[in-house]
Design a binder for this molecule. Structure first.
Ligand SMILES: *Cc1c(COP(=O)(O)O)cnc(C)c1O
Length: 381
């Protein structure tokens, strides 16, 4: 059974059904979707069109509102830089949030160097932005509001419908990074009035290296400039030969999520709650992120009464989890997400993210409860 994989927010395995769907597009149907004058091209183009419809269906969007990209990071760059550029660049204003993924924060940082001004909305202890803060941050020159749907570290779901209502009233484009939400909870771009939205296949049981940007076509139409120029693929919004097998896989992954979601989300919530409640019974353990608005399969826990700094190391010997730290250096810095929520550095360093997924079993959760409890009790200060 070990090692157990509970890091599904970092990436998910490819569902065998998704793999089966994509394989023929490497060999038999290897055509270039842009080849207009022979059957190989037509087969590829038809498969891409079906995938576009599958992605759109999951989002309640139209197929021609979906642009395929290499993943969420690229879609985020296109959405933010493309919006800034079409409004003339310069000192245009963007509103985002302190707990966004680095792909959003670093893209905004890049534009700040080009002269953009950016407001980073704070979050409360529970990880939520305050709608009043958002309203008062809006300026005459605000061109974009970028607030994520669900957070990758805590699973906290932001009030996207309320944000969208404000942006619509003010005539500002709303972009949401829904990489963690799509396929896990219902996402409806029309019900929520979302202007742009990104997703990534490898967070929803598809392969790495493919994703999509939803761009609203009406009520109102969202305009932006391309960031990758070339052959004019994807209506000129993203040039480059289409990754047909990856796109087919993303379409299939979306279709499976639509089918499985009602049952899967309940099942994972049950397992997550079992794990969380068992670990919360240990003294000094607390949840990071509001339990009221959270993805069903994520639990981010702080272990505050721990001796030493190697809780993650001990757990990771048998269970793949993620820490509350950016493990990019020898001396890990506390996560910017937990920091923004006001979690103390010492506590944030001993935060663990458990991310359950489609293939998590109850036996694995039972093992995890037993193992983590043993380790924590042994390290108690
Ligand atoms: C994983 C992730 C990304 C980046 O997605 P890629 O497809 O790996 O580029 C962006 N935002 C969030 C919230 C994520 O979880």
């Amino acid at each position: 059974m070990v090692p157990i994989y509970l890091d599904n927010n970092a990436t998910t395995p490819v569902d065998p059904e998704v793999l089966r769907a994509m394989l023929p597009y490497f060999t038999n149907h290897f055509g270039n979707a842009a080849s207009r004058n022979h059957a190989f091209g037509w087969a590829a183009e038809e498969a891409v069109q079906q995938a576009r419809e599958q992605v759109a269906t999951l989002l309640h969007a139209e197929a021609d509102e979906i642009i395929f990209t290499s993943g969420a990071t690229e879609a985020i760059n296109l959405a933010i830089k493309g919006t800034y550029e079409i409004h003339g660049g310069g000192d245009q204003h963007i509103i985002t949030c302190a707990t966004e993924h680095k792909a959003v924060l670093d893209t905004c940082g890049h534009l700040e160097k080009s002269g953009a001004s950016v407001t980073y909305l704070p979050v409360n202890r529970e990880g939520l932005i305050n709608i009043k803060d958002l309203e008062s941050a809006i300026q005459q020159n605000t061109v974009l509001i970028a607030v994520m749907y669900a957070n990758n570290e805590t699973g906290v779901v932001q009030p996207v419908a309320e944000i969208a209502a404000i942006t619509k009233q003010k005539g500002i484009v709303f972009f949401t990074d829904a990489t963690q939400a799509v396929g896990k909870i219902p996402v409806d771009v029309n019900q929520c009035g979302i202007g742009m939205l990104c997703l990534s296949a490898h967070k929803m049981y598809g392969p790495k290296g493919v994703g999509a940007l939803y761009i609203r076509r009406k009520n109102p139409r969202v305009r932006l400039t391309a960031q990758i120029d070339g052959g004019g693929h994807e209506k000129g919004m993203r040039s480059g030969t289409l990754n047909v097998p990856g796109i087919v896989a993303l379409g299939k992954a979306c279709a499976l999520c639509a089918t499985y979601m009602p049952h899967e989300s309940l099942h994972l919530k049950e397992l997550r709650d079992k794990l969380e409640n068992a670990l919360l019974s240990i003294d000094g353990v607390s949840v990071n992120g509001t339990p009221a608005h959270r993805l069903p399969h994520v639990s981010n826990l702080s272990f505050s009464k721990i001796k030493g700094n190697n809780l993650l190391t001990e757990i990771s010997k048998t269970i793949a989890v993620s820490s509350g730290s950016a493990c990019t250096s020898a001396n890990p810095a506390p996560s910017h997400v937990l920091k923004a929520m006001g979690v103390e550095d010492g506590v944030a360093k001993n935060a663990i993210r458990f991310g359950l997924g489609r293939f998590t079993t109850e036996a694995e959760i039972d093992y995890t409860i037993q193992k983590v409890t043993g380790i924590v009790m042994g390290m108690k200060a």
